[in-house]
Design a protein around this ligand. Sequence first.
Ligand SMILES: *Cc1c(COP(=O)(O)O)cnc(C)c1O
Length: 354
Amino acid sequence: MRPIQATIDRSALNHNLSVVKATAKPSKVMAVVKANGYGHGLLNAAKGLAAADAFAVLGLDEALALRNAGYQQEILLLEGVFSADELLVVSNQNISIVVHCDAQIEMLENTHIESISVYLKMNTGMNRLGFKPEVFESTLSRLAQCKQVKDITLMTHFATADEAQGISVPFALFNRVIEDKSYPKSVANSASILRFSETHLDWVRPGIMLYGATPIAGQSAASFGLRAAMTFTSQIIATQALEIGESIGYGGRFTADKKMRIGIVACGYADGYPRHAPNGTPIAVDGLMTQTLGRVSMDMLFVDLSELPDATIGSSVELWGNQVPVDAVAESAGTIGYELLCAVAPRVPMKVVG
Ligand SMILES: *Cc1c(COP(=O)(O)O)cnc(C)c1O
């Protein structure tokens, strides 16, 4: 067996959920488990986050997987239904749906299926999904008249909660329109939960922070008291001694300017490690920090063992996890922790602990 593995720590998920609860009290917590639980496995994530008040996913298949596993909480489909024929299952299984466009309102008006819970989404500047503030009020009254609709929550999603300009403009826009409305409200993702307590409202919708990665560039997950839920590990499967002037890997991207010792790790981009990771990306061998060198190949990558004389074939390697923050690897590779976690390949065996 190839020694690669992703270990999912359910106690870390549960801990991070407690951090959200403590931060956002008394708001209720809708744990976002889309994208296969941010790459942790939908049911692995749900089990660690079982104390959440609700779950959010994208597809009906994921919602049904949660129901079949016995979860009774509210489940929200973040993009709503994609066709009217999904409404029957939605109603039968007590699944809530986002409504973000007129076509979805028409599906509701034209169905005989009743008892549907709706999150009506405002577009406050992201210009992805949702109704513009100018038409929100009229859309809301149209929805409120729809006898198929059981209850309504008002929501928006911020484009810049993690950035310097923050949420003041979109949040003011949202508030101006819904101020006098007595419906429950939900606007905050992880960055907004951590940065703007005024956005907590009735429901918060954390994703990335539950998995122990940061939503805010330049501020570590650990600084928020979060713990890595995934530890991605493998082993050294070969070593090479380099003479001055010798290169490694495809394209010879790294050339030794001194005598060096290199380890070959059983992990490549086909496992989900970013091919764009440059020389110097942080990685740990036998619990000691070192760096990657050379180009990441499909099944293998190179680590610098020059300062680690005891490291050898069979030595353990942490690609990311408790010791090497996924955010540090992501920053080095020019991406965000979200993308790396979601991209762990199906061929990587997952083990659940905690
Ligand atoms: C993904 C998503 C979230 C969670 O975002 P994080 O940045 O991972 O906390 C919240 N709300 C909506 C609508 C989303 O699509």
